[in-house]
Design a protein around this ligand. Structure first.
Ligand SMILES: Nc1ncnc2c1ncn2[C@@H]1O[C@H](COP(=O)(O)OP(=O)(O)OP(=O)(O)O)[C@@H](O)[C@H]1O
Length: 386
């Protein structure tokens, strides 16, 4: 079955620039893989190489046992022979055909017999809730409706591999939310393997079974979304995934009153040696605030901070804090009543501190330090403000 495998894949241009560099990636059969990263990191190029729309300049691409690209062996299978469904940002619907005819087109091309064709068109339209527009032309549809027609057209063909490049980018917030749920449902129902390109971390977190975070042509981390969120492998991943983003504080080994020095001495105390540079990360929801310092559990990192601004969203409160020389963000899901200007104690359970070395990579020794220590885990099961 279609397990997609990229080995040592690169794409470089005559200018010497690399869009993708020495990429190894396995997309398991039936996975929903999101390629996530900032603009220009090589996501689209990777997807286009899987589709056969671009040829790698090095490496091999396989689907199941079939070799689709091999620079060394001179193998290249063109897109139409790869049997993959593609949906790109621009929907590329035929303007002179109705919705139903657009969806039917691919089936006609594949010489699917009439009655089966009708069935497939009908069920694709029902799945995407566009049956009411069957007789309309693309120009009579909204962007979101057109996007759904493009998806229906691809699904009617029932490909084993679906390749989607920012397929929800042109939708408004509400429709995007609906379509995320719809795409997830379609994936679960069809059992197909999906590779989706997005720069929207929320999209990746909500839909994917696997996320590959890309940066400057390489994969920084590949894993299930919660693993990426809970154990980011690098400062880049930590900063890119999460909203509001993780608080990241460079450590200062040379002392002083700053937050970086305070954190460095805590890390030194726990590990028994100075950290030698690097960064400490804290998710906003892991940063706890206590009005009374006596409420803070023993063994955790703590210091005082001044409340600067409180931003209620309705279901949560984002609190902007001045902590020594640094701005921090905390998020709490309990009503936050302290006023701007008030001083509180901020604290973080040791296991909620993410430690990255001077090379920007996660420090595995810090995660090991935590194991088996009774005071390492979150001392308050419910968390939040006390
Ligand atoms: N034909 C080309 N010649 C030279 N450089 C190119 C060419 N095509 C793409 N690139 C470069 O390769 C890099 C990766 O491009 P790619 O489109 O894959 O990025 P992306 O992550 O999908 O970005 P976006 O989210 O903006 O679409 C970019 O820096 C881009 O400028």
């Amino acid at each position: 079955m279609p397990l997609i495998e990229l080995s040592g894949v690169s794409k470089s241009y005559l200018s010497g620039q690399y869009a993708v560099r020495d990429l190894d990636m396995v997309v398991p059969d039936g996975a929903f893989m999101c390629l996530l990263g900032p603009s220009g990191c090589g996501k689209t190029t990777t997807l286009r190489m899987i589709a056969g729309l671009e040829q790698p300049t090095a490496g091999d691409i396989r689907v199941g046992t079939k070799l689709l690209d091999s620079v060394r062996q001179g193998v290249y299978v063109p897109p139409e022979k790869r049997g993959m469904g593609l949906v790109f940002q621009s929907y590329a619907l035929w303007p002179h055909m109705t919705v139903a005819r657009n969806i039917e087109f691919g089936l006609r091309m594949r010489k699917v017999p009439g009655p089966e064709r009708d069935n497939r068109v009908r069920s694709a339209m029902e799945l995407l809730r566009i049956a009411d527009y069957a007789r309309r032309f693309p120009s009579q549809l909204s962007g979101g409706q057109q996007q759904r027609v493009a998806l229906a057209r691809m699904l009617a063909v029932d490909p084993e591999v679906l390749l989607l490049d920012e397929p929800l980018s042109n939708l408004d917030a509400r429709l995007r939310l609906e379509m995320r749920a719809e795409l997830k449902r379609i994936h679960q129902r069809s059992g197909s393997t999906v590779v989706l390109v997005t720069h929207d971390q929320l999209e990746a977190m909500t839909m994917a079974t696997h996320v590959a975070v890309m940066n400057e042509g390489v994969v920084e981390q590949l894993g299930p979304p919660m693993e990426i969120y809970e154990r980011p492998a690098s400062v880049f991943v930590a900063a890119f995934v999460g909203s509001p983003p993780m608080n990241l504080v460079p450590m200062a080994d040379r002392g002083g009153d700053g937050l970086g020095a305070h954190l460095a001495s805590y890390v030194a105390e726990v590990t028994g040696r100075p950290p030698g540079g690097g960064t400490v990360g804290v998710r906003p929801e892991s940063l706890r605030l206590a009005a009374d310092a006596a409420d803070v559990p023993a063994g955790v990192w703590r210091t005082s901070a001044e409340v600067e601004t409180v931003l209620p969203t309705g279901s949560s409160w984002t609190v902007q804090l001045r902590c020594r020389d640094t701005e921090l963000f905390a998020v709490t899901f309990r009503a936050f009543e302290a006023l701007p200007g008030s001083t509180m104690t901020v604290w973080v359970a040791r296991s909620d501190l993410h430690l990255f070395g001077a090379d920007g990579r996660r420090r595995a020794d810090w995660d090991v330090v935590d194991q088996g220590r009774p005071d390492a885990a979150d001392p308050l099961a419910t968390g939040g403000v006390r």
